[in-house]
Design a protein around this ligand. Structure first.
Ligand SMILES: *Cc1c(COP(=O)(O)O)cnc(C)c1O
Length: 485
C-alpha cells in the first residue's frame, strides 16, 4: 500500500483511497503513450488563471498566432512545390467569424457546405467568387444565388446537375461547374455517397451531360477522400486518379479543367481512440502531405504546357490540420469520486455536449499547475446527467482539488461547430491575438439566448392553472410566466 498520510492530514485536500501505483515517469503507459506534459499555466504567454478569472469556466481559447502559423506553413509547403495553389477554409471545421476572417486575411477562400455557411461567408464579406460550394444538399434557391454571385459550385449528384441546367437556362447564364468525384484510392474506405463514381463510368456520364448542355461547362474536379488520413500515399493515389480523369474528360469532351480540388483530410496532432501510438509518431507533417501531392501532380501535368494548356490550380480545403491545435478547452473540477471498482473519477464542468470530439479522440489533458501527488488512473466525467458524458475514459492524473483547472488540447476542430446546447449553456470562446490581447469571439449563452427562438402559445403562457395550490399536491405557485428570470 502506498502512503496516504499527506492527503489525510491536509485539510484542503480530498482523502485519496490507498492504491498501488507503479512509478512511471518517462515510461510508456499500457497504451504506449508517454505521460503528457506535466502542466500548462499559460497559453500564448497569457496566464490560464487570468483567463479563468475573467471569462469563467469552462472556456474555449483560440490562439490567433497558431492559426496564422499553421496556414502559412501549409501554404509554404504546397506553394514551394507547385506553381498554383489555393486554399479554401472549411467552414464546418470552425465557423466562428473571427477564425474564418483570420484565414480569409491569410488569403483563403471560403469552402461551404450549406445555405447557412454560404450566408455566413457572405455576411463576413467574402465575395461569392471566392466561395467553393460543396455538399450533397444544396437547395435550388442556394444554387440560384451561387450562380448569380459567381461561386464555384461542386456538383454532388445528377439531380443537382439537372437543377443547375434549369437555372442556367432560365437566366441564360454561362456557368462553369465542378464535378465532385469518388473513387477507391486503396488506402481509405471510399466515401462513395458523395459525388460521382469514377470507376463505374458515372462521373464520365455526368461530364458528357455537362458537355451537351447549352450553358454549363466543366471547369473543375473535386474530391474529398476522407478525414484524419494518416497515410500520405492516399493523396498520391487521389491525385493520380484525378489527373487521369482530367486527361480523359478533356480529350473526350473537349472541356478545359482549370482546377483540381483535393479536399481536406490531413490529420491533426490529435490521438484517435484506438490508435495507441502518440500523435507525434503517427501524424505526418504538412510537408510530407505536400510532397505526396505535389510530386505526382507536377509529373502528371508537366506535358500540359506543350499542349497549350495551363497546369490546373491545386485547391486544398484543409480543415482540422489548420485549426485543431490552436484550440484549448479550460475546465474546472467540480468533484472527486471513487467508483465501486476502485477507479478514481473526477467530474468537470465541461461535457461532451461542448467537446464533441471527446467521442473520437483521447485529447491531451493537463492541469494548470504542478500537482503534487502520485498520478493514478482516472476517468474524467462531464457535468451532464447522461451516462455518455465521458471526457476521457482513462488517463493518469495526480490528485486534483475541487476548483483545480484542466486544459484539454487540441480542440480547435469540429467542436465550436458540432457542439450543442444540451443541458448546459455553451461557454465563452476567447481569442488570444498576436499581441497577447484577449477578446471574446463568442459570448457564453444564457437563458435568453437559448430560448430566443421559442414561442409559447397563449394557452401555454402559464405553467399552472390560475389558483393552483402550492406544495407537493397540485403543483407549485402560478406566478411564473414565460422564460423571465
Ligand atoms: C469537412 C470537409 C473538409 C475539411 O476536412 P478536414 O478533414 O477537416 O480537413 C474539406 N472539404 C470537404 C468537402 C469537407 O466536407
Amino acid at each position: 500500500m502506498t502512503d496516504t498520510t499527506e492527503a489525510k492530514t491536509s485539510g484542503s485536500k480530498p482523502w485519496i483511497k490507498p492504491a498501488m501505483v507503479p512509478l512511471r515517469s518517462g515510461l510508456l503507459n499500457k497504451f504506449g503513450n508517454r505521460q503528457d506534459a506535466a502542466w500548462m499555466d499559460t497559453i500564448d504567454n497569457v496566464p490560464v488563471a487570468q483567463l479563468l478569472e475573467q471569462y469563467g469556466a469552462p472556456l474555449f481559447v483560440i490562439s490567433e498566432q497558431r492559426l496564422r502559423q499553421n496556414i502559412r506553413r501549409l501554404k509554404q509547403a504546397f506553394s514551394s512545390r507547385y506553381p498554383s495553389v489555393l486554399f479554401g477554409w472549411s467552414y464546418k471545421t470552425n465557423y466562428l467569424g473571427a477564425v474564418c476572417n483570420i484565414f480569409h486575411q491569410e488569403g483563403s477562400w471560403a469552402e461551404v457546405v450549406s445555405e447557412f455557411e454560404y450566408d455566413k461567408a457572405r455576411s463576413l464579406g467574402v465575395p461569392g467568387t471566392n466561395i467553393l460550394f460543396n455538399g450533397p444538399g444544396k437547395k435550388a434557391q442556394s444554387l440560384r444565388r451561387a450562380i448569380a454571385e459567381g461561386a464555384r459550385i461542386h456538383i454532388d449528384h445528377l439531380d443537382e446537375l439537372y437543377t443547375l441546367e434549369k437555372i442556367s437556362e432560365e437566366l441564360k447564364a454561362n456557368v462553369e461547374v465542378t464535378l465532385r468525384l469518388n473513387f477507391d484510392t486503396g488506402f481509405t474506405e471510399p466515401w462513395s455517397r458523395f459525388g460521382f463514381n469514377v470507376e463505374s463510368g458515372q462521373a464520365m456520364d455526368a461530364a458528357w451531360r455537362i458537355a451537351a448542355s447549352e450553358y454549363l461547362s466543366l471547369a473543375g474536379l473535386h474530391s474529398h477522400i476522407g478525414t484524419f488520413i494518416l497515410e500520405p500515399k492516399a493523396y498520391t493515389q487521389q491525385v493520380r486518379i484525378m489527373c487521369n480523369f482530367m486527361n480523359e474528360v478533356e480529350t473526350r469532351t473537349g472541356c478545359h479543367i482549370d482546377y483540381l480540388d483535393i479536399g481536406g483530410g490531413f490529420a491533426s496532432m490529435n490521438s484517435l481512440q484506438g490508435i495507441y501510438l502518440p500523435a507525434e509518431q503517427v501524424v505526418p507533417s504538412v510537408e510530407q502531405y505536400a510532397e505526396a501531392v505535389c510530386d505526382v501532380l507536377l509529373e502528371l501535368t508537366h506535358d500540359r504546357e506543350a499542349r497549350g494548356l495551363n497546369r490546373p490550380t491545386l485547391v486544398l480545403e484543409t480543415g482540422r490540420a489548420l485549426v485543431d491545435d490552436a484550440g484549448y478547452l479550460l475546465t474546472s473540477v467540480l468533484a472527486n469520486k471513487r467508483l465501486p471498482d476502485g477507479k478514481r473519477a473526477v467530474v468537470v464542468d465541461a461535457g461532451v455536449s461542448q467537446l464533441f470530439t471527446a467521442f473520437w479522440y483521447n485529447h491531451n489533458v493537463v492541469p494548470t499547475r504542478l500537482l503534487p501527488g502520485r498520478p493514478e488512473e482516472t476517468v474524467i466525467y462531464g457535468p451532464l446527467c447522461m451516462n455518455i458524458d465521458v471526457m476521457r475514459s482513462s488517463i493518469m492524473l495526480p490528485p486534483l482539488n475541487v476548483g483545480d483547472a484542466l486544459v484539454f488540447t487540441p480542440v480547435g476542430a469540429y467542436n465550436n461547430t458540432q457542439w450543442m446546447q444540451f443541458i448546459e449553456y455553451r461557454p465563452n470562446v476567447v481569442l488570444i491575438d498576436e499581441e497577447q490581447q484577449v477578446s471574446v469571439i463568442r459570448r457564453a449563452e444564457n437563458l435568453q439566448t437559448v430560448t430566443s427562438q421559442e414561442c409559447l402559445p397563449a394557452h401555454l403562457a402559464q405553467p399552472y392553472p390560475q389558483g393552483a395550490p402550492d406544495g407537493l399536491v397540485g403543483g407549485g405557485p402560478s406566478t411564473g410566466g414565460g422564460f423571465d428570470t
